[in-house]
Design a binder for this molecule. Structure first.
Ligand code: PXP
Length: 241
């Protein structure tokens, strides 16, 4: 079975918010990503609205044909938005206002009761719940302390693997693989992501228990480089007109 790709389109919105204009539109990006073979679209609605806006999620809802995965913190504001907009899935992530990107997995061991309350609310709204967790057996085991079936799956944070030096990379890869095996043994859906590029994705997509990867920054960066030639040609043609 092929590993599925969910495209994180946050940084399309980052580019738009840099000028507070209407382009590039994350909804158009979602359409292109799905046409090209992505099986889902991921967006992270942050408290500071630095990229994706609530209205983007509302507009994506009827357009995305695969899974619309909304990453949010467990705050009251975000849970209320998820209950109203009802994406296919919510991934609960930790969030710090001054972080550049999500810095680690949720500390489920420490925040079990809070995560349970959030997941119960989402389940009542018929939204599937996933958790972003570090490849740490203590964190994965903690899912078992939540009511059966409350959590549909979890996303393994691949950040440490992607940053590891050559000597450490096999050990980091094995942590991801071991976490994936644990999840699969508990009948949980297993996803992975963060920091993945075309250079480092191979060993991760080869882990059989991981069914889907969430990839954003590299894809949007690559799209800028690949698309610039056509954009310059389009501008030159418009100037000639
Ligand atoms: N998974 C989670 C939980 C994330 O927060 C992010 C980054 O927004 C990603 C995956 C995608 O990471 P990247 O943009 O490095 O591909």
């Amino acid at each position: 079975m092929h590993t599925r790709l969910a495209v994180n389109i946050d940084h399309v919105a980052t580019l738009r918010q840099a000028r507070i204009v209407s382009y590039p539109d994350p909804v158009a990006a979602a359409r292109i990503a799905e046409e090209a073979g992505a099986t889902g679209i991921t967006v992270h609605l942050r408290a500071d609205r630095r990229h994706i806006q609530q209205d983007d999620v509302r507009r994506l809802r009827p357009v995305v044909r695969g899974t619309l995965n909304l990453e949010i913190a467990t705050s009251e504001e975000m849970l209320a938005i998820a209950e109203t907009l009802r994406p296919t899935q919510v991934s609960l992530v930790p969030e710090r206002p001054d972080e550049v990107t999500t810095e680690g997995g949720l500390d489920l061991v420490a925040r079990l009761a809070e995560v349970e309350r959030a997941a119960e609310r989402l389940r009542s709204a018929q939204v599937a719940v996933s958790l972003f967790l570090d490849p740490d057996p203590r964190q994965i085991e903690a899912i078992d302390r939540l009511p059966q079936g409350l959590i549909g799956g979890f996303e393994i944070n691949t950040d440490a693997y992607t940053r590891a030096c050559d000597d450490d990379r096999p050990a980091q890869l094995e942590k991801v693989a071991a976490s994936a095996r644990m999840g699969s043994q508990c009948q949980l859906r297993v996803y992975a992501g963060h920091g993945l590029t075309s250079d480092n994705v191979g060993p991760i997509s080869a882990i059989p228990e991981i069914e889907e990867l969430n990839i954003g920054h590299w894809l949007i960066s690559r799209a800028v480089t690949l698309g610039l030639r056509d954009a310059v040609k389009e501008m030159l043609a418009a100037m000639d007109d």
